[in-house]
Design a protein around this ligand. Structure first.
Ligand code: 1BO
Length: 296
């Protein structure tokens, strides 16, 4: 049955909720409040990252949300990510994960992702994740922002197929080649920036469909992603939008309308590793991990 508690079975048998709350670019306080609100309204998946700098707030929200709603830890699915400057061998990554678990106030995470494929370190880091998975510290492992070349190398040189590849995915950025490649290897595509940083919301086709189905533009897009079987994390810190974003289960887009949105793809990413100075000295972003406190 469609709903916030609907799950998809990952390639290792772990069930992952198909729609969750993301907290990128959110302060610790706002993350805490948004997570409590989301759990209150039925969300069961929460996505954060060390780079977001809000694991303490997110974890506080998870713990408080569980308490308020009488949930057990296993009722929730928590994802976090290993950031670029902290990639490395098992000893290094294991220490980072311990710090992340301590910041979150949790004993384990459900999904641990390599946030970006730093060429010099992602393979070694993935081997560390494989070992952490075998030790039971994380229930599933995966990657984020991996193109097909990097994913192919990873598949050739590792033992465990990643459960998830989390990518920028929305109507104007549909990652067709990556989606096809990942699906053919049993890797679930998960969307970050599902609303295209707000840009997709202004698309005239989305606007027309919003009027046709008497829904908001965000609901049309999120419903499209749902019908495309893309696991999605959507961000909001406002209760009204947290509710609105999850109110997509009592209507269905026709096959023709799904197809109309499929045709909006411009194959233009908003953010890619070329934008970071760790990959390209002229990139528009620095390595944000420098802002994250050192691990003692
Ligand atoms: C730089 C962060 C992208 C989404 O996780």
């Amino acid at each position: 049955m469609d709903g916030l508690q609907s799950t998809i079975k990952l390639n290792n048998g772990v069930e992952m909720p198909r729609l969750g709350l993301g907290v990128w670019k959110t302060s610790n306080n706002d993350s805490r409040d948004a997570v409590i609100t989301a759990i209150k309204h039925g969300y069961r998946a929460i996505d954060t990252a060390r780079e977001y700098g809000n694991e303490p707030g997110t974890g506080a929200g998870i713990r408080e949300g569980m308490k308020q709603e009488g949930l057990k830890r296993e009722d929730l699915f928590v994802t976090t990510k290993l950031y670029n400057g902290e990639q490395g061998d098992y000893d290094k990554v294991s220490k980072v994960l311990d710090k992340q678990l301590s910041d979150l106030g949790l004993d384990y995470v459900d999904l641990y992702l390599i946030h970006w494929p730093v060429d010099a370190t992602y393979m070694e880091s993935y081997h560390a994740l494989e070992r952490l998975y075998k030790e039971g510290k994380v229930r599933a492992i995966g990657v984020s922002n991996f193109d097909n070349d990097r994913m192919s190398k990873l598949l050739e040189e590792s033992e465990i197929v990643p459960a998830v590849n989390q990518m920028e995915f929305n109507p104007t950025q549909q990652e067709k080649e990556i989606l096809n490649f990942d699906s053919s290897h049993g890797i679930q595509l998960e969307a970050w920036s599902p609303l295209g940083a707000g840009k997709a919301l202004k698309n005239p086709v989305i606007d027309e469909l919003a009027k046709k189905y008497s829904r908001t533009a965000a609901q049309i897009i999120l419903r499209w992603e749902w019908q495309r079987d893309i696991v999605t994390v959507v961000k909001s810190v406002h209760e009204k939008r947290i509710v609105e974003n999850s109110d997509i289960f009592d209507f269905t887009l026709s096959a023709e309308d799904v197809q109309r949105i499929n045709q909006l793809d411009e194959n233009k990413r908003d953010l890619w590793y070329d934008d970071f100075t760790w990959h390209n000295p002229n990139g528009r972003y620095g390595n944000e991990i420098e802002q994250v406190p050192d691990i003692q």
